[in-house]
Design a protein around this ligand. Structure first.
Ligand code: PLP
Length: 410
């Protein structure tokens, strides 16, 4: 019956990236690939979840208190007036909030603008709704919004723009000027904006996260999606939300109820505690991540990368392979797994526009630094050892041939 599977399921088959992930598991590589923390969640949040299980919060549930707190936060952080009774849908992570938002607004043939490179899950949701993803390239090395390219991507079928800031995979935080361009275009063309703000509390240096919804004229057309996953290091708990004006939130809620009914009950209870963490919690989160970011940047520089864009937010470095290294992203990652025992992600999976073999699309590698000190240190030791023993030969891709059977990890 395989031939009767849907076209959408065939399009979302495992990618070369997932195959590399299997290789990494086989050789026991240190994991700087996936964007989930490998350190413990905050004790006060874990205690709240344990207490909620002990108190038998086991059934389908909508915890209204989450919306109440989120409404206060939206006012405090972004000056937004939202109604906690009508404007929130508590979902199974940002992922479900995004899917439900797409199903609520997209008809077959509607076009959705996305910035390229992009986090992988958006496209599948849009295609499942039989919408058409249309990619607008961000310009390297700083992943700047190209206003002309963006404006000319709108057609009479454009229904929504997706904005992820702080951005996975590049670490870009969209500037106020860029947000204004996006906001004006959405209003002029009467489009929705769906934002993905899961890294809202993880920004560096002078960079500040601004919600697109807070720009003049945007709240009525913005669907904010976010979650507990990254801020509280609980990606497996699956608590997220969509926030939109009542009539749009109601449509999203109707879809959400049919998809999953409700988010995990005990973790919704724990969300009440997580979301009321003290200001110290958020400043430590930033500081700790900034230390990790700087550690990984130094490691990459020592290894031979020229870092032309320092992440402004999120938990990734999207590093360009120097042109003198005659090696593609896939080969680099395969070799790094085999020779150093360190797993990272080839950049090409985040690019969606057609590109030829010489394109910069094959020259980026994503390092996730949402990892414990022990993991980051282990990766550093392995990469430094590789650089010391093989150095330039390895980087240029020569010297691999005779090494094909070399042992997997140091
Ligand atoms: C940009 C971005 N959005 C959403 C998610 C997934 O969020 P959630 O765990 O809330 O579904 C991720 C996870 O890596 C991400 O990087």
């Amino acid at each position: 019956m395989e031939r009767r599977l849907s076209a959408a399921s065939r399009r979302s088959a495992p990618s070369p990236i997932q195959q590399l992930s299997h290789l990494a598991q086989r050789v026991g590589a240190v994991n700087l690939a996936e964007g989930f923390p490998d350190f413990p969640a905050p004790p006060h949040v874990k205690a709240a979840a344990a207490a909620a299980i002990a108190a038998d919060h086991n059934q389908y549930r909508h915890v209204q208190g989450i919306s109440d707190i989120l409404a206060e936060t939206a006012k405090r952080d972004h000056g937004l007036d939202v109604d906690p009774l009508t404007d929130f849908v508590i979902c199974c992570g940002q992922s479900e909030a995004f899917a439900a938002a797409i199903f609520a607004i997209i008809d077959p043939g509607d076009e959705v603008l996305l910035f390229d490179p992009a986090f992988e899950t958006y496209e599948t949701c849009i295609e499942l709704a039989r919408g058409v993803p249309v990619y607008v390239p961000l310009d390297p090395p700083s992943w700047t919004l190209n206003e002309d390219e963006f404006l000319k991507s709108f057609t009479s079928r454009t229904k929504a723009v997706v904005l992820n800031s702080p951005h996975n995979p590049t670490g870009k935080v969209f500037s106020k000027e860029e947000l204004h361009i996006i906001a004006q275009a959405c209003q002029k063309t009467d489009c929705f904006a769906i934002t993905d703000e899961v890294y809202e509390y993880i920004t560096y240096d002078e960079n500040k996260h601004i919600s697109l919804a807070s720009l003049p004229g945007m709240q009525e057309r913005a669907i904010i999606t976010s979650s507990l996953s990254k801020t509280y290091s609980v990606t497996g708990w699956r608590i997220g939300w969509a926030c939109a004006p009542a009539s749009i939130a109601s449509a999203i809620r109707n879809i959400h109820v049919k998809l999953t009914d409700s988010a995990p009950a005990p973790f919704q209870e724990a969300a009440l505690i997580a979301l009321t963490s003290t200001p110290d919690f958020y400043s430590s989160l930033k500081k700790d991540y900034e230390v990790r970011r700087d550690f990984i940047l130094q490691l990459l520089k020592d290894f031979g990368f020229h870092i032309s864009f320092k992440p402004q937010g999120s938990v990734f470095v999207f590093a360009e392979l120097p042109w003198s290294w005659q090696i593609s992203d896939i080969d680099f990652v395969t070799n790094l797994i085999n020779d150093a025992g360190v797993a990272v992600v080839p950049g090409r999976g985040f690019f969606h526009r057609n590109c030829d073999g010489e394109s910069y699309h094959h020259r980026y590698v994503r390092f996730a630094f949402c990892k414990s000190d022990a993991t980051l240190m282990a990766a550093a030791i392995r990469m430094r050892k590789l650089a010391d023993t093989k150095g330039k030969t390895w980087l240029t891709g020569s010297g691999r041939q005779e090494d094909q059977t070399a042992s997997a990890s140091p």
